[in-house]
Structure formats: structure tokens, C-alpha cells
Design a protein around this ligand. Sequence first.
Ligand code: NAP
Length: 201
Amino acid sequence: MSTLKYGIMGGTFNPIHYAHLFIAEEVLDNFKLDKILFMPTGTPPHKQNINIDAFHRYTMTKLAVSNNPNFLVSDLEVLNSNVSYSVDTIRKLKLNHPDIEFYFITGTDAILELPTWKEPRELLSLCKFVSVNRPNYVDENLVNKINIIKNNLGGEIFLLNGHDINLSSTQIRQRVREGKTVRYLLPDSVNDYILKNKLYV
Ligand code: NAP
């Protein structure tokens, strides 16, 4: 029997939008993964004051993936009242699912900070990483920088270029604040949820 492969899509998802969903789909396709597990952050290590309840971010993520059987959402970090470190999250997942191979998917900016994360060497031994470039992100030294991280810490980090949807949660929050529509930038169910709960106004 071949090993199951799951992508872990870690992020704030404040709110989740079509670029996140497309990235997840593209990684699933490129790396022949079985599922993508979205992991909205609870209290992330480096941002102690996200001004929106983790419950809303989690609920919007659930709504966004509800029509895709390959996309799942975990409440592991959202339910953790302490700061969530990725190494602890992946350790728990590995404990419950020792046979699954995990691919941690996140933005390149976050991955370049990996050496400052908690127990980065241990984390890289527990899962592989997929670093996704934002559109217009240019760093000619990126491959070098990633190689240095791999040489120092071990493990595998893959780079995925080519997604060029210029969409960010910051942009979406800004538009809502300005009373502009965000329909077609994210799933209708998420749009409805934002309006109903008066988020970001
Ligand atoms: P973030 O603020 O949500 O994302 C940073 C940037 O990457 C944003 O531009 C974001 O776009 C984009 N992005 C979000 N999710 C993405 C994904 N899955 N793939 C590609 N791009 C993505 O997240 P973050 O605070 O950088 O954290 C990312 C992950 O790293 C989280 O799971 C976090 O827990 C983990 N982390 C762990 C440690 C640690 O353990 N010490 C330290 C730092 C980060 P949008 O703004 O449009 O969302």
C-alpha cells in the first residue's frame, strides 16, 4: 500500500480567499497529494493581536472548502488557547497518523524565517515544506537562501512558482472596510458570512 500524502495549509486565513484555495489545489496536483488539511492559526507565535476571533476564521475556512472532498479543515490550533507552534502541531498529527507523509505549505516569506521557528530541525524531520511564491515576489537569491536553510537544518523544502493571482487577505479586508464588494474574490458562502457578521467593517 502506498503512503498517504497530506498537505498542511497553514495560515491566518483572515479571511480565506480564492488564491489560498487555488494554491492548495495546485500543490495537491503538483505533488500528487491525497488531501489538503487547512490549519487556521489560533494564536500564532509572531502575531499576538489578530483582531478577529479565531472562530470566525475557522468557520469561514470550513465554508470555503465545503464542496471539495479533498479539502479538510483542522481545529487543532484554533482550539489551543496557548501559542501554537508548527512543530507541536505536526508532532500531534504524526502521533495520530504515523503513516501519513505531511507537506507543510506556506508563503515564501514565512519559510525564509524557518530558522527562527521553534525547533526547526525537528520540524523539518517531521514534514516536508512547500514554499509558495506570491505574485511579484522577486528574490534572485531565493534558491540560495533555501539551500542554506536545508544545509543547516536538513529536510526537504520545495519551491512552487507560477501562481499569479494577485489577491491577499489584506486587500480584501481593506475593500470591505471601504464598503467595496469582495464578491468573486472569495466563495459566496464566505462573502455572505462576512456581511452577516459585519466582519472587517
Ligand atoms: P499568514 O500571515 O497567513 O501568511 C503570510 C503570507 O503568506 C501572506 O501574504 C498570505 O497571504 C500568504 N499565505 C497564507 N497562507 C498561505 C499558504 N498556505 N500558502 C501560501 N501563501 C500563504 O501566515 P503566517 O503568519 O506567515 O504563518 C504561516 C504558517 O506558518 C502558519 O501555519 C504559522 O503557524 C506558521 N508559523 C509557525 C511559526 C513557529 O512555529 N514558530 C512561526 C511563524 C509561522 P494572505 O495575506 O492573503 O493570507
